[in-house]
Design a protein around this ligand. Structure first.
Ligand SMILES: [Zn+2]
Ligand SMILES: [Zn+2]
Length: 256
Protein backbone atom coordinates (compact mmCIF):
# COMPACT_ATOMS: atom_id res chain seq x y z
CA UNK A 1 0.00 0.00 0.00
CA UNK A 2 1.41 3.33 -1.09
CA UNK A 3 0.19 6.41 0.75
CA UNK A 4 0.82 9.87 -0.65
CA UNK A 5 0.27 12.84 1.63
CA UNK A 6 -1.34 15.43 -0.65
CA UNK A 7 -2.12 17.81 2.20
CA UNK A 8 -0.79 17.87 5.77
CA UNK A 9 -2.16 21.14 7.14
CA UNK A 10 -5.39 22.66 8.39
CA UNK A 11 -5.17 25.76 6.22
CA UNK A 12 -4.24 26.34 2.61
CA UNK A 13 -1.48 28.70 1.52
CA UNK A 14 0.98 28.54 -1.37
CA UNK A 15 3.12 26.12 0.67
CA UNK A 16 0.48 24.24 2.68
CA UNK A 17 -2.59 22.22 1.65
CA UNK A 18 -5.62 20.90 3.50
CA UNK A 19 -5.27 17.40 4.94
CA UNK A 20 -5.76 14.82 2.20
CA UNK A 21 -4.35 11.32 1.55
CA UNK A 22 -4.11 9.24 -1.61
CA UNK A 23 -3.81 5.45 -1.39
CA UNK A 24 -2.36 3.55 -4.35
CA UNK A 25 -3.54 6.41 -6.61
CA UNK A 26 -7.13 5.11 -6.48
CA UNK A 27 -8.55 5.82 -3.01
CA UNK A 28 -8.64 9.37 -1.63
CA UNK A 29 -9.18 10.04 2.06
CA UNK A 30 -10.64 13.51 2.66
CA UNK A 31 -10.77 15.94 -0.21
CA UNK A 32 -8.92 19.06 0.84
CA UNK A 33 -6.15 18.87 -1.77
CA UNK A 34 -7.23 16.62 -4.62
CA UNK A 35 -7.72 18.93 -7.58
CA UNK A 36 -4.75 21.11 -6.62
CA UNK A 37 -2.46 18.04 -6.70
CA UNK A 38 -3.78 15.65 -9.31
CA UNK A 39 -3.79 15.95 -13.09
CA UNK A 40 -6.98 15.31 -15.05
CA UNK A 41 -5.65 11.78 -15.61
CA UNK A 42 -4.97 11.40 -11.86
CA UNK A 43 -8.52 12.49 -11.02
CA UNK A 44 -9.91 9.98 -13.52
CA UNK A 45 -7.94 7.16 -11.88
CA UNK A 46 -9.70 7.75 -8.56
CA UNK A 47 -12.21 5.02 -7.70
CA UNK A 48 -13.55 6.38 -4.41
CA UNK A 49 -13.29 9.17 -1.85
CA UNK A 50 -13.72 8.60 1.88
CA UNK A 51 -14.76 11.70 3.83
CA UNK A 52 -14.29 11.94 7.60
CA UNK A 53 -16.64 14.89 8.19
CA UNK A 54 -18.13 17.93 6.50
CA UNK A 55 -15.80 20.71 7.64
CA UNK A 56 -14.66 22.79 4.67
CA UNK A 57 -10.98 21.80 4.80
CA UNK A 58 -11.98 18.12 4.35
CA UNK A 59 -14.61 18.41 1.58
CA UNK A 60 -13.34 21.44 -0.34
CA UNK A 61 -12.45 19.68 -3.61
CA UNK A 62 -15.57 17.55 -4.00
CA UNK A 63 -17.32 20.11 -6.27
CA UNK A 64 -14.17 20.62 -8.36
CA UNK A 65 -13.63 16.85 -8.63
CA UNK A 66 -17.30 16.42 -9.60
CA UNK A 67 -17.28 18.89 -12.48
CA UNK A 68 -14.05 17.37 -13.86
CA UNK A 69 -15.67 13.93 -13.91
CA UNK A 70 -19.10 15.18 -15.05
CA UNK A 71 -17.59 16.80 -18.13
CA UNK A 72 -16.02 13.45 -19.02
CA UNK A 73 -19.22 11.50 -18.29
CA UNK A 74 -17.52 9.66 -15.41
CA UNK A 75 -18.77 8.86 -11.89
CA UNK A 76 -17.11 8.30 -8.52
CA UNK A 77 -18.10 6.66 -5.23
CA UNK A 78 -18.22 8.93 -2.15
CA UNK A 79 -18.19 7.15 1.22
CA UNK A 80 -19.07 8.98 4.41
CA UNK A 81 -21.68 9.06 7.18
CA UNK A 82 -25.18 10.37 6.55
CA UNK A 83 -24.69 13.64 8.46
CA UNK A 84 -21.63 14.65 6.45
CA UNK A 85 -23.43 13.79 3.20
CA UNK A 86 -26.51 15.77 4.24
CA UNK A 87 -24.32 18.80 5.04
CA UNK A 88 -22.42 18.54 1.76
CA UNK A 89 -25.55 18.32 -0.38
CA UNK A 90 -27.59 20.89 1.60
CA UNK A 91 -24.95 23.61 1.79
CA UNK A 92 -22.53 23.12 -1.09
CA UNK A 93 -23.90 20.88 -3.87
CA UNK A 94 -27.31 22.52 -3.63
CA UNK A 95 -27.73 24.12 -7.08
CA UNK A 96 -27.08 27.51 -5.43
CA UNK A 97 -23.39 27.32 -4.51
CA UNK A 98 -22.69 24.58 -7.09
CA UNK A 99 -24.66 22.03 -9.14
CA UNK A 100 -26.05 18.97 -7.37
CA UNK A 101 -23.75 16.45 -9.02
CA UNK A 102 -25.26 13.68 -6.90
CA UNK A 103 -28.46 14.17 -8.95
CA UNK A 104 -27.02 14.67 -12.41
CA UNK A 105 -26.97 13.26 -14.94
CA UNK A 106 -30.28 11.81 -13.76
CA UNK A 107 -29.69 8.33 -15.17
CA UNK A 108 -26.13 8.05 -13.80
CA UNK A 109 -25.16 10.70 -11.22
CA UNK A 110 -21.51 11.82 -11.06
CA UNK A 111 -21.31 11.38 -7.27
CA UNK A 112 -22.58 8.07 -5.87
CA UNK A 113 -23.11 8.21 -2.11
CA UNK A 114 -22.45 5.17 0.11
CA UNK A 115 -23.40 5.65 3.77
CA UNK A 116 -20.93 4.50 6.43
CA UNK A 117 -21.61 3.78 10.09
CA UNK A 118 -19.46 3.45 13.21
CA UNK A 119 -17.83 -0.01 13.37
CA UNK A 120 -19.63 -1.32 10.28
CA UNK A 121 -16.78 -2.67 8.15
CA UNK A 122 -16.99 -2.51 4.37
CA UNK A 123 -14.81 -3.34 1.38
CA UNK A 124 -13.81 -0.87 -1.31
CA UNK A 125 -12.22 -2.98 -4.05
CA UNK A 126 -9.76 -5.13 -2.09
CA UNK A 127 -9.32 -2.63 0.77
CA UNK A 128 -10.94 -3.28 4.13
CA UNK A 129 -12.45 -0.14 5.66
CA UNK A 130 -13.44 0.12 9.32
CA UNK A 131 -15.13 3.43 10.22
CA UNK A 132 -14.60 4.44 13.86
CA UNK A 133 -16.26 7.40 15.58
CA UNK A 134 -13.78 10.00 16.90
CA UNK A 135 -14.25 13.06 19.13
CA UNK A 136 -14.72 16.22 17.09
CA UNK A 137 -17.00 19.29 17.15
CA UNK A 138 -19.31 17.66 14.57
CA UNK A 139 -19.88 13.94 13.77
CA UNK A 140 -16.63 12.51 12.42
CA UNK A 141 -15.42 9.04 11.44
CA UNK A 142 -11.78 7.99 11.43
CA UNK A 143 -10.88 5.08 9.12
CA UNK A 144 -8.76 1.99 9.56
CA UNK A 145 -7.81 0.98 6.02
CA UNK A 146 -6.35 -2.48 5.44
CA UNK A 147 -4.53 -3.34 2.24
CA UNK A 148 -5.02 -6.63 0.33
CA UNK A 149 -1.65 -7.68 1.85
CA UNK A 150 -2.95 -7.14 5.38
CA UNK A 151 -1.12 -3.89 6.21
CA UNK A 152 -3.22 -1.22 7.88
CA UNK A 153 -3.32 2.47 8.63
CA UNK A 154 -5.65 4.45 10.83
CA UNK A 155 -6.42 8.01 9.74
CA UNK A 156 -8.11 9.95 12.51
CA UNK A 157 -9.66 12.85 10.62
CA UNK A 158 -10.14 15.68 13.12
CA UNK A 159 -10.33 14.54 16.73
CA UNK A 160 -9.76 15.60 20.30
CA UNK A 161 -8.58 13.32 23.10
CA UNK A 162 -10.45 10.58 24.95
CA UNK A 163 -9.66 7.93 22.34
CA UNK A 164 -9.74 4.75 24.46
CA UNK A 165 -12.82 3.42 22.63
CA UNK A 166 -11.13 4.15 19.30
CA UNK A 167 -7.96 2.34 20.36
CA UNK A 168 -10.04 -0.63 21.51
CA UNK A 169 -11.29 -1.16 17.95
CA UNK A 170 -8.15 -0.71 15.85
CA UNK A 171 -4.65 -2.19 15.49
CA UNK A 172 -2.93 -0.21 12.74
CA UNK A 173 0.68 -0.51 11.59
CA UNK A 174 0.66 3.22 10.86
CA UNK A 175 -1.26 5.98 12.61
CA UNK A 176 -1.93 9.23 10.76
CA UNK A 177 -3.39 11.51 13.39
CA UNK A 178 -4.24 15.16 13.60
CA UNK A 179 -2.17 17.53 15.73
CA UNK A 180 -3.61 20.96 15.03
CA UNK A 181 -1.79 23.38 17.31
CA UNK A 182 1.00 23.78 19.91
CA UNK A 183 0.56 22.86 23.57
CA UNK A 184 -0.21 26.44 24.63
CA UNK A 185 -3.51 26.11 22.73
CA UNK A 186 -4.53 23.03 24.70
CA UNK A 187 -7.36 24.54 26.75
CA UNK A 188 -8.97 26.21 23.70
CA UNK A 189 -8.64 23.14 21.48
CA UNK A 190 -10.12 20.74 24.02
CA UNK A 191 -13.58 22.27 23.35
CA UNK A 192 -13.19 22.12 19.56
CA UNK A 193 -12.08 18.51 19.31
CA UNK A 194 -8.46 18.83 18.26
CA UNK A 195 -5.11 17.57 19.57
CA UNK A 196 -1.82 19.19 20.63
CA UNK A 197 1.49 17.30 20.90
CA UNK A 198 0.94 16.92 24.66
CA UNK A 199 -2.60 15.56 24.20
CA UNK A 200 -1.32 13.16 21.53
CA UNK A 201 1.42 11.99 23.90
CA UNK A 202 -1.24 11.09 26.48
CA UNK A 203 -3.34 9.26 23.86
CA UNK A 204 -0.34 7.32 22.54
CA UNK A 205 0.66 6.30 26.08
CA UNK A 206 -2.88 4.97 26.49
CA UNK A 207 -2.65 3.18 23.14
CA UNK A 208 0.55 1.45 24.28
CA UNK A 209 -1.01 0.48 27.59
CA UNK A 210 -4.02 -1.05 25.85
CA UNK A 211 -2.36 -2.60 22.78
CA UNK A 212 1.24 -3.30 23.87
CA UNK A 213 2.91 -1.51 20.95
CA UNK A 214 3.29 1.86 19.28
CA UNK A 215 2.21 2.26 15.64
CA UNK A 216 4.47 4.34 13.38
CA UNK A 217 2.94 7.74 13.99
CA UNK A 218 2.63 10.68 11.61
CA UNK A 219 1.05 14.01 12.53
CA UNK A 220 -1.20 15.79 10.01
CA UNK A 221 -3.59 18.80 10.03
CA UNK A 222 -0.77 21.01 11.35
CA UNK A 223 -1.48 24.72 11.67
CA UNK A 224 1.21 26.47 9.60
CA UNK A 225 1.46 29.40 12.06
CA UNK A 226 2.35 27.08 14.94
CA UNK A 227 4.27 24.47 12.98
CA UNK A 228 7.75 25.18 14.37
CA UNK A 229 6.45 24.83 17.93
CA UNK A 230 4.39 21.75 17.04
CA UNK A 231 7.47 20.06 15.55
CA UNK A 232 9.59 20.79 18.66
CA UNK A 233 6.83 19.62 20.97
CA UNK A 234 6.24 16.43 18.94
CA UNK A 235 9.93 15.65 19.33
CA UNK A 236 9.69 16.17 23.09
CA UNK A 237 6.54 14.03 23.27
CA UNK A 238 8.30 11.30 21.27
CA UNK A 239 11.35 11.44 23.55
CA UNK A 240 9.13 10.87 26.59
CA UNK A 241 7.48 7.86 24.92
CA UNK A 242 10.72 6.55 23.36
CA UNK A 243 9.42 6.85 19.79
CA UNK A 244 9.71 9.25 16.88
CA UNK A 245 6.50 11.09 15.97
CA UNK A 246 6.91 12.34 12.42
CA UNK A 247 5.28 15.57 11.24
CA UNK A 248 3.88 14.86 7.76
CA UNK A 249 4.39 17.20 4.83
CA UNK A 250 2.95 17.63 1.37
CA UNK A 251 4.58 15.20 -1.05
CA UNK A 252 5.56 12.67 1.64
CA UNK A 253 5.08 9.02 0.59
CA UNK A 254 4.76 5.97 2.82
CA UNK A 255 5.10 2.40 1.60
CA UNK A 256 3.59 -0.38 3.70
ZN1 LIG B 1 -13.03 19.51 11.51
ZN1 LIG C 1 -9.97 20.05 9.73
Amino acid sequence: MKIKILGAHNTETLRTKHTCLLIDDVLAVDAGALTSHLSARGLMRLKAVLLTHSHYDHIRDIPALAINLYLKSLSIDIYTHQTAWNNLTAHLLNDVIYPSYHNKPVDRPTLRFHPLAHLTAIKISAYGILPVKVNHAIPTLGYQITSPEGKSIFYSGDTGGGLSEVWQNISPDVLLIEVTAPNRWEEKLKNNGHLTPHLLQKELALFHKMKGYFPSTFAVHLNPGGEKEIREELEQAGDILGIHIIPAHEGMQLQL
